[in-house]
Design a protein around this ligand. Structure first.
Ligand SMILES: Cc1ncc(COP(=O)(O)O)c(C=O)c1O
Length: 300
């Protein structure tokens, strides 16, 4: 809905605050090769993970806000109303340490990271059939590997990497997306790159076209609000006989974690087929009450 409204128009003309979902962008603005920091280019607030691109403990996250359009006391009250009353000191300390690291050494560490990832991209680009997404399509510190031209299956490659103690952030049949951050050494990133190259060769098969996963292309039909569906009387049905009924649950192949079904949406044959395909390809089916997908929860 806001696709064509610029940050400037939203904030200056309409007077609406702009909040940026910046889970993966905690390092933006700390190196000239990276996109600017959201708060310096018009955002009023941003939420960012400190445990993704910064080396804080899991669950560490930050809300950053400017106060021209946001009422800081309301923000504080909302935060307190939803935050745990028993925050873990170790997580808070790790967030502060990560913030301090970014402030004091971020530029140099990010410089090394951008150089290392550029080298890794160059190595991967020499593998026949392999594509690597390039900036500005992706953040210069991200490695996103596109596999269909090699015929290799990303789920098999992910397993090879896990077996070598190198779990990655995301893999599906067609893509690999390891997280590399300023806390990784050049040697570690290049060892990962080498392991990917060897695994691609091990799984090489007939090249296939790139086909976007169903969750990017399916048009959901919303029949009732997620809240209504979640609280409505519901029951479990064999999946095939749930086609045409309204889902009472969230079902998302993970990665990428985008729901194919949400509460209140019609369960279509296409949606079910895409979920069964994902499951057969070895993708984890997240949030479903029956991850085998033999059954689905439907509204009565
Ligand atoms: C785009 C995006 N937003 C938000 C989150 C959740 O972040 P957190 O784990 O800090 O709650 C994730 C987690 O993977 C994500 O990918």
């Amino acid at each position: 809905m806001f696709g064509r409204i610029t940050a400037d128009r939203l904030t200056k003309v309409l007077g609406k605050p702009l909040i940026v979902e910046a889970a993966w962008a905690a390092h933006f603005g700390f190196h000239p090769a990276l996109p600017p920091h959201p708060l310096t280019v018009g955002a009023d607030g941003m939420v960012t993970s400190a445990h993704k691109m910064l080396p804080a403990y899991s669950q560490g996250a930050l809300i950053l806000a400017r106060t021209e359009r946001l009422d800081v006391s309301r923000l504080e009250a909302a935060f307190e109303a939803t935050n745990t009353t028993s925050p873990a000191g170790s997580i808070l300390a790790s967030i502060d340490a990560a913030r301090a690291l970014l402030e004091t050494s971020g530029h140099d560490l990010l410089d090394d990271l951008v150089n290392t990832v550029t080298t890794a991209r160059e190595i991967l680009a020499t593998v026949p059939g392999l594509r690597v997404l390039e900036p500005p399509l992706v953040d210069p510190t991200r490695l996103v590997v596109v596999l269909p031209g090699t015929g290799a299956d990303g789920i098999g490659i992910e397993q090879d990497l896990i077996d070598q103690g190198m779990p990655i952030e995301m893999a599906d049949r067609d893509y690999l997306a390891p997280i590399v951050t300023m806390a990784d050494s050049r040697d570690d990133v290049l060892a990962l790159t080498d392991a990917i190259v060897r695994s691609v060769e091990r799984h090489r098969a007939r090249p296939r076209p790139v086909s976007p996963a169903a969750q990017w292309t399916l048009e959901p039909e919303s029949v009732m609000s997620p809240r209504e569906a979640y609280f409505a009387p519901h029951h479990r049905r064999p999946a095939q006989s749930a086609i045409g009924r309204i889902s009472a649950e969230l079902v998302a192949p993970y990665p990428p974690g985008i729901p194919v079904l949400a509460p209140g949406e019609r369960i279509t044959a296409d949606a079910l087929a895409s979920l069964l395909d994902a499951r057969a390809a070895g993708v984890r089916i997240a949030y479903a009450s029956d991850p085998s997908l033999a059954t689905l929860l439907v509204v009565e």
